[in-house]
Every structure is written in structure tokens, then in C-alpha cells.
Design a protein around this ligand. Structure first.
Ligand code: OXD
Length: 303
């Protein structure tokens, strides 16, 4: 069995993945430049990598979002398979819970008051006044929803297809009621042609004002000028953004210095190599046995 591995910037980044997969699957030939491999393990692999593969059975994406894989010309028969949690759920929970509490408990305001040596308690906030709406209720969205509910926040969700679940709205018809019930909007959607530019002025205007926005998904979901305008107009009190349209953000990008934006460099849930390799190896083994494999991506749906 041949496994080709293309992770990130180049062979040096892929080397520890190659070593770890080879250790777990001693019968496999694993390398960065395998041609006509059976399986591929990728993170932002270039087109040239896929062009060397004619008989891939499956492509394993070493990250949460598969948009970069699906934007390539892929060998037609290859199944695209995503990681399922693999240690990302806990990180997402920490990131989003931190951002929500930081805002609702007014820690940024207290930091400003401390800088000004002002001992000034602010009025207490009630969680019931801060319903959180999660766009995208996949494995990670669900983990975040459960954690916020456990803390006492009202939580709503929005999904593409209807679900029989209280508080979860679906499809176009469910979008407006979802937004109307949401004060803290958390973007956890996959990037597809339908979700590109989805979050715009009309979305910000429909939230319970003054609202807050957290993006741990993709910058391309957001019309950035509309986000800045919503902050200026007071529809949004602030935003925590782990992603932006062009990454890394250019030095003159307005997000860097905006007083009400917290910007982090796409680190809300990083891929953990050992957890990911263990999951990929398990799935390859199942694939070889002809057993069912979970995490299959629909190329048509885009996630
Ligand atoms: C992603 C990731 O898909 O970092 O953004 O895993």
C-alpha cells in the first residue's frame, strides 16, 4: 500500500507525519512524493500533488475544513474524508467559551478601567440576555453548543438541513428566526459556494442588538466592510475573529488595530498530529477491510 503525504508548506512540515504514519502502518510505503498512491494525507496540498495521483482510493484532510481540497482538480474516484474532532472539539470549546465570557463578563472593559486606575463595577449581565446562535452544528458546533448550554447560555443553532432538535433552525426559511433570536453569532460553517459572503450587513442588522460576532470558521463567509460598518454603527459591540479573508492578514488590514476586534491567527483549533494520525490510520485500516468509514465528504455538498 502506498501513502502520499503533502502537509502545509513542504517536505519538512510533512516529515513528522510521514514518520508517524509509517510507524503506525509498517506494511505501507509512506512518502511525500509517492506517485500513484492508494491514499493521500493532505493539508493544503498543491494541484501538482494531485496531478501525480491517478488511483487514489481516499484523500484524508488533516484539518477541519475541506474547502482547500475541494477547490482542486481531484482524481475522480477518490473519496474525500475529513477528520472528526481529533482533539479539535475541546480546543474550539475553549476558544469560543473564552470569547463569549470575555465579552459578556466585560473583561475588556475592566482591562481598560484598570489601565485608567478606575475601580468601577459595571452593571451585572444576565446570561438570558445573551442568546448564542451557532451557524453550523457539525461535530465542533455541537461541542460548543453543549458547553455554552452547560454554562447557562440560551443556545440556538442553524443547519442546512432540518433536524428534529429544539432551538435548531434550518435552511433559508430558518435563517431569519435564527438571527432574530441570536445576540452572539458564532460562525462554525464549512466554506461552500452557498456560505461564501453569507455574513453581510443584512445578517448583522437582524441580530439582537447590540450583538457580538465570533468567527472560528472561514474569513470568506464574511463581507469584511459590512462587519466594520456594523461595528461603527453600533449594531455590533465587538468581534473575535480567528480567521479573515486573506491570511495572514496584511499589516494594514483594519482588523489589526480595531479597538473592538480581537484577532487571532487561525489557531482556535489546530490539528493535533498524533490524534489525527491515529484516526487516519484507523480509517485506512477500515477502508482496506471494506468496512464502513465515517467522515465521508460529499463533493457535491462541499462538506
Ligand atoms: C481548518 C483547520 O480547517 O484549521 O481551518 O483545521
Amino acid at each position: 500500500m502506498k501513502i502520499a503525504c503533502s502537509i502545509g508548506a513542504g517536505p519538512a512540515e510533512a516529515a513528522p507525519w510521514v514518520a508517524e504514519i509509517a510507524r503506525a502502518l509498517p506494511q505501507a510505503q509512506v512518502s511525500v512524493d509517492a506517485v500513484d498512491a492508494d491514499y493521500a494525507v493532505v493539508w493544503r496540498a498543491p494541484q501538482a500533488f494531485y496531478d501525480r495521483q491517478t488511483r487514489l482510493k481516499a484523500i484524508f484532510n488533516a484539518g477541519a475544513g475541506v474547502d482547500a481540497v475541494l477547490s482542486m482538480r481531484l482524481p475522480p474516484g477518490a473519496q474525500v474524508i475529513r477528520l472528526e474532532d481529533a482533539g479539535m472539539g475541546a480546543q474550539m470549546v475553549e476558544y469560543v467559551v473564552h470569547a463569549v465570557l470575555r465579552h459578556v463578563r466585560r473583561f475588556d472593559r475592566y482591562a481598560a478601567l484598570q489601565a485608567d486606575r478606575q475601580w468601577k463595577p459595571l452593571p451585572p449581565e444576565r446570561k438570558v440576555d445573551w442568546p448564542v446562535g451557532i451557524l453550523g452544528m457539525g461535530i465542533l458546533g455541537r461541542a460548543v453548543a453543549d458547553a455554552l448550554r452547560a454554562l447557562g447560555f440560551p443556545v440556538l443553532g442553524w443547519t442546512r438541513t432540518p433536524r428534529d432538535e429544539v432551538g435548531v433552525h434550518a435552511g433559508e426559511a430558518g435563517f431569519a428566526p435564527f438571527l432574530a433570536g441570536t445576540r452572539i453569532l458564532v460562525d462554525m460553517l464549512p466554506l461552500t459556494p452557498q456560505t461564501r459572503d453569507l455574513i453581510d450587513a443584512r445578517v448583522f442588522a437582524q441580530l439582537k442588538a447590540p450583538a457580538y460576532f465570533i468567527n472560528v470558521a472561514r474569513g470568506d463567509h464574511v463581507v469584511e466592510a459590512d462587519l466594520l460598518a456594523a461595528l461603527d454603527a453600533g449594531a455590533l459591540e465587538g468581534a473575535t475573529l480567528d480567521v479573515c479573508r486573506d491570511e495572514p492578514a496584511a499589516p494594514d488590514h483594519p482588523f489589526w488595530r480595531h479597538p473592538r476586534i480581537v484577532l487571532t491567527p487561525h489557531v482556535s483549533a489546530v490539528t493535533l498530529r498524533s490524534e489525527s494520525v491515529a484516526q487516519i490510520v484507523e480509517k485506512i485500516t477500515a477502508f482496506e477491510r471494506g468496512a464502513p468509514v465515517s467522515g465521508l465528504v460529499s463533493r457535491e455538498r462541499g462538506y
